[in-house]
Design a protein around this ligand. Sequence first.
Ligand code: COA
Ligand code: AMP
Length: 632
Amino acid sequence: MSNYGQVYSAWKKDPEAFWGEAAKEIDWIKPPSKIFDKNAGVYGRWFPDATCNTCYNALDRHVKNGRGAQRALVYDSPVTASARTYTYAQALDEVATLAAVLQNLGVTKGDRVIVYMPMIAEAVFAMLACARIGAIHSVVFGGFAAKELATRIDDAKPKAIMAASCGIEPGRVVHYKPLLDQAIDLSAAKPDAVLMLQRPQSQAAMTAGRDHDWADAVSNAKAAGQKADCVELAATDPLYVLYTSGTTGVPKGVVRDNGGHMVALKWTMKGLYGIEPGEAFWAASDVGWVVGHSYICYAPLLHGATTIVYEGKPVGTPDPGAFWRMISEHKIAALFTAPTALRAIKKEDPKAEHLARYDVSCMRTLFLAGERADPDTVQWAENILKKPVIDHWWQTETGWAIVGNPVGLGILPVKHGSPTVPMPGYDVQIVDEGAKPLPAGTMGSIVVKLPLPPGCLPTLWQNDKRMVESYLEEFPGYYKTADAGYIDEDGYLYIMGRTDDIINVAGHRLSTGGMEEVLASHPDVAECAVIGIKDALKGEQPCGFVVLKAGVTKPHAQIEKEIVALVREKIGPVAAFKIAVCVDRLPKTRSGKILRATMKKIADHDEWSMPATIDDPAILDEIAGALKSHGV
Ligand code: COA
Ligand code: AMP
């Protein structure tokens, strides 16, 4: 029997009592006397008068409470053939020293620090060191190009940047320093300092006066016995800014606060994931994404669990047994990954022969999120693992699951294709264009009744206006998720797709609008459209159509190659933009709107009907022909 119904009703009846109780799990400096202030901020603020420190709750308190010798973080890196475990006491030592190094560089409370690092333990220490002194970190994913990094530097205006000399992709070293130098050149907001971790695989050239060697700075601080204390912060002070794709090329700076974030994440570790302190929890994501922020860095540590930093892939490092090796070697109780990773494993090892080599009996549950979990993949995973496979749905904006199957409250029956039911904190509704609730089984926009629960974004970085315009204006009284779907008779939610230009490629969130801006910047391109088309491995992949300017004589194949290279250069390899197609015309409505949805159906070989408002139906045949000649 699940307690879910009871817990959800209790939350709904008295949200402040629910979150007030959950807040008791946190060591506050000044405990909250008020739980929620509906008049503060854009839609209200949680724990408005409390003070706290997130790093204290993630590390210090566990050392104080006797967990000093327990594993806090396991770093396992098949791409460098190395591994290392840090106890809570060791992690605290590293973080307090690194925080002192930041202070030596002049970083203080409220300053922003960009973190541009691969999946190494130091990336998590960097985030926690910022949290310790009240600096606001902004982690940028290593697969983004210099221009994307520059956009984030310009918006965050960091005092310092913490970086490593390289990331390691299978068969390729990604030299970060040239990208970082280029990004700083491109940006108007120059940081005062760069703290550079030299990795043996790539030696970064240092800029005198600005760049500081990480290892030297840490060992000097250690020799001088320097350690930073935890700084007292308002619960509502920002902990971090994480940029995510918006509907234009300019990313949105999602802000996370300190207090509400801790309360919500701590609750999820037991309530949703069913994890006990002392157990190991592995989110196989990247610190550059929200999953990495919440479930590699913060939540497992807030809970006194062990977190895993994995520098590798599901396949090819060295084989599709990599995940199973990790689980058995590090005694992992729950794995959280993206469906793409499972599809990659399934493709290379459909009979799960590699799984048989390992004892994964320590793992109780597999969690999936980041993109739609297709029933075939879920079924395959259930069959090979003989354990519950739990889909759950959330967004960078929310920081934790909106809808899931609360394993800790008692698992609910799994329905393939549905991430199950709303978590306490979220009143999820399906509405029509006029914000009117729709009956069960009817597709509509998925919205969440305000206020959002603790942990969700209070606003966008220094941009309340964009927060309101992006999320709160269209459906008054609700947060717009920009996902569409329906709720069935049992209250289970089904996510059917986005209502904006976002696509999801291998669990990575990308804006087709941002890609169109890049295509349009090519000198030979007059007009363009980018759509996400079905991909058996990555869920979706981008596909760009371009109409060339009159008089362009260059061969189409050459222009298509240049466009693919341009997206890689401007957005980064993570865009996985491989298909560019030159066409004579784009299909449009009579009012000039490009018919992207119909183009997508044609590319996906789905059934489609002629849009009534189409200007020239013949163009759709041209599109189908062009796609066919490109193997789509
Ligand atoms: N730094 C630099 N480059 C990166 C990178 C990083 N951190 N991460 C990915 N890239 C590069 C890849 O090397 C690849 O480059 P290529 O075009 O030269 O091959 C490109 O970006 C696209 O990467 P990806 O879409 O991840 O494809 P892949 O073929 O490298 O790997 C999977 C396929 C399925 C193994 C991989 O996508 C995966 O592990 N997915 C899980 C996604 C995930 O965890 N998402 C987080 C949300 S929960
Ligand atoms: P991100 O902000 O990168 O976490 O991406 C959030 C988006 O990914 C959501 O708005 C959905 O479109 C999609 N998404 C995340 N999890 C799921 C899921 N479990 N099922 C379907 N779509 C998902």
